[in-house]
Design a protein around this ligand. Structure first.
Ligand code: SF4
Ligand code: SF4
Ligand code: SF4
Length: 430
């Protein structure tokens, strides 16, 4: 029985009531967002209309026959160290970061000493964070010469776009590695900034305390923002063009496999390397195109060891405000946890140590809209049913107003794939 089924069965809430509850949450969230600082006003504008629409859409998304269906693999260890070079010769492996923080690159080292033997299996033809390998070297290769390209990060600027298209052209297989590549990740929250790159550049280079001080000191009255082209006596210097919208990898190129997580966890990475190694060493068929590697078919709640009572939420608390009890569901303790709206696979890494799930493995296979799915889950736990003594709207708004940065919380990793209408219109990146 699903999480929502259990909730609805417990209270036997009619669907109309749940919809009403969801709309009240959306209203409250919109009002909460409207009361935040100026930067958040743009988010609130997007939220006011869009969240209501998204909440309405969630029931459709949950049950839709069109919902994305992914093939899944159970997590598995890599097993023994890789046994020297494959008999057919080394494969070519490229690892690239687009709009990424570098955490995904570092996470690959989480396979511990096995990383050393990846060198036996593969020629690493590009890995900007760890090895040489230039764009011109890749451009000189024949199409299909690279066996696998593992790409982390979203697509945020012209360089990202050029490189991922080049790697796609040269690679037999492309893996979207990490939440930014799979779903847009935290960079995609920039899609909620109404005036896009201009507003972002202006804020970063003139309003943040350090840049404001710098501009005031050195460019009094005439702040300098980096340009994408500068004609120097020696020739033209260029920088990548920042785009207005942040895209997921598969919104720009064809992707063969997905590896979610921010960053992917050790078990997930091992599963990915095992699939590649089985192919390279034993000729084992690769998983079907479109496979999301290292996830389960259930929600994170199903692999979380904490016991859930589905207590009604009367306030939201940050983990630091709570003396977190072992073994008890964090939601039951008032801590907002996205486990109900997140696919399993990470082994409940965060909730095991008393931190709420923020949803980095993305939505379950049945839904496209992780954030709206969580809005509905929260609405189902609010004390708003007729037989509850505290069900007035004022109280509900007060409770949901305690959710800080609601869009940032519910869509921390998946805004790039969200159904919520983007606030920004792409202007062509110029
Ligand atoms: S998914 Fe997380 S760790 Fe990976 S690049 Fe994005 S922000 Fe960094
Ligand atoms: S702590 Fe989070 S993941 Fe664990 S059961 Fe509760 S809601 Fe689900
Ligand atoms: S518990 Fe949630 S946020 Fe933490 S690693 Fe797992 S999916 Fe990501």
């Amino acid at each position: 029985m699903s999480f929502l089924d259990k909730l609805f069965k417990k209270k036997e809430a009619p669907a109309a009531k749940v919809n009403e509850a969801a709309n009240k949450v959306a209203d409250g969230i919109g009002k909460a967002a409207n009361s935040t600082v100026k930067a958040a006003e743009n988010v609130a504008k997007a939220a006011d209309g869009a969240v209501k629409g998204a909440v309405d859409k969630v029931a459709t998304a949950i049950s839709s026959n069109d919902a994305k269906v992914t093939h899944t693999l159970e997590a598995a260890d890599l097993g023994d160290l890789l046994p020297g070079a494959p008999s057919g010769g080394k494969i070519n492996l490229a690892i690239y970061w687009a709009a990424a923080c570098g955490g995904c690159d570092v996470s690959i080292l989480d396979v511990n000493e096995r990383i050393l033997t990846v060198g036996d299996m593969a020629n690493i033809v590009m890995w900007p964070v760890a090895a040489d390998g230039k764009e011109k070297d890749i451009a000189a290769m024949n199409d299909g010469d690279i066996t696998v390209s593992i790409i982390s990060g979203a697509v945020r600027n012209s360089e990202n776009e050029h490189m991922v298209k080049l790697l796609r052209q040269k690679s037999k297989l492309v893996v979207a590695y990490g939440s930014c590549a799979c779903f847009g990740g935290s960079p995609a929250l920039a899609n909620l900034v109404a005036d896009g790159k201009d507003e972002i550049l202006n804020y970063v280079y003139t309003k943040t305390p350090t840049s404001a001080n710098f501009q005031e000191t050195y460019h009094k009255g005439n702040p300098v923002i980096p340009q994408t082209s500068y004609k120097a006596p020696e020739g033209e210097l260029t920088l990548p063009v920042l785009y207005d919208t942040v895209k997921t990898l598969d919104q720009v190129i064809d992707v063969d496999y997905y590896v979610p997580g921010c960053p992917p966890q050790q078990e997930t990475i091992s599963q990915m390397l095992k699939a590649v190694a089985d192919f390279a060493y034993k000729g084992v068929a690769l998983p079907p195109k479109g496979t999301t590697i290292g996830i389960t078919t259930k929600t994170l709640c199903d692999e979380c060891p904490r016991k859930k009572e589905n207590a009604r939420i009367t306030e939201f608390l940050d983990p630091y405000q709570v003396n977190v009890k072992d073994g008890v569901c964090l939601m039951d303790q008032g801590i907002l946890c996205l486990g109900a709206a997140t696919i399993g696979g990470c082994g409940a890494k965060c909730t095991k140590v008393g931190q709420p799930c923020r949803g980095c493995y993305g939505p379950t296979a049945e839904v496209q809209e992780q954030g709206a799915s969580m809005f509905t889950a929260v609405a189902s736990l609010l004390p708003i049913l007729d037989d509850d003594p505290i069900c007035d709207e004022e109280k509900i708004i007060k409770i949901v107003s305690e959710i800080k940065d609601p869009l940032g919380y519910f869509y921390a990793f998946t805004m790039g794939k969200a159904l919520i209408k983007k606030a920004v219109k792409e202007t062509g990146g110029q």
